[in-house]
Design a protein around this ligand. Structure first.
Ligand code: SF4
Length: 213
């Protein structure tokens, strides 16, 4: 048995995770790391962000607030802690001189190059960008919303039940095997309890709560 739909909170979002799930034939429903902040007015008005620039897929370039082009300069490889190699494309604008938007567009106050000589750069992983876009389409669908609501109720709710109602505050044993064994027994107990409640309430066979309209 393998779950087809993987629902997770923002801390689990990474290019590596997206590709891992895809390779396993599973669909991701992961809240992107910038999901909440991207809805704020401040984020939407930040002209320095790639998301707020126009992308031209034919020329593989971005157009900034000043209608100038940021074109591909080179690609570089980045290794993650787990050894995964991600490819980052560097885009740069060569017409930033004298731009009136510069202070708002170029960030990084620690840079030693004086502002008047600096040019805007974007560091973009095309794979991450594409996977995030596909993932966002899924999570904002009605079904995606339902899955995410259920994740917060069921996963987070289970922790609360186990810790508060069942008063499980610490493991009685040490060592990976013992802790695993105790976790499994706890889960069995929890599941029997849950099944009992479902039978009492006539909800067997129903694993998702419906979205409130
Ligand atoms: S600083 Fe450069 S990239 Fe930014 S708006 Fe001005 S011209 Fe465009």
């Amino acid at each position: 048995f393998r779950y087809q739909e993987i629902v997770a909170d923002a801390g689990y979002e990474s290019e590596e995770n997206y590709l891992f799930l895809e390779k396993n034939g599973q669909s991701s429903f992961i809240k992107p790391m910038n999901y909440e902040i991207s809805k704020t007015r401040k984020y939407k008005k930040d002209i320095g962000k790639m998301e707020n620039m126009e992308y031209d897929p034919e020329k593989d370039s971005y157009r900034c607030q000043n209608r100038k082009m940021l074109t591909v300069q080179y690609q570089r490889k980045q290794k993650t802690a787990t050894g995964y190699l991600r490819t980052v494309t560097v885009y740069q604008c060569h017409e930033c001189k004298g731009c009136t938007f510069k202070e708002k567009c170029i960030k990084g106050n620690n840079c030693k190059t004086p502002m008047e000589k600096r040019e805007k750069r974007l560091y973009v992983s095309k794979v991450m960008k594409q996977k995030r876009e596909e993932n966002v389409k899924r999570i904002i669908s009605e079904y995606g919303n339902q899955l995410r609501m259920n994740r917060s109720i069921q996963a987070e709710g289970s922790f609360a039940n186990v810790k508060e109602d069942m008063n499980f505050r610490r493991y009685l044993y040490r060592g990976k095997e013992n802790v695993t064994a105790q976790s499994v027994i706890l889960a069995i107990g929890y599941n029997i309890n849950k099944l009992h409640h479902k039978i009492q309430n006539g909800r067997t066979g129903q694993h998702l709560f419906a979205l409130k309209k």
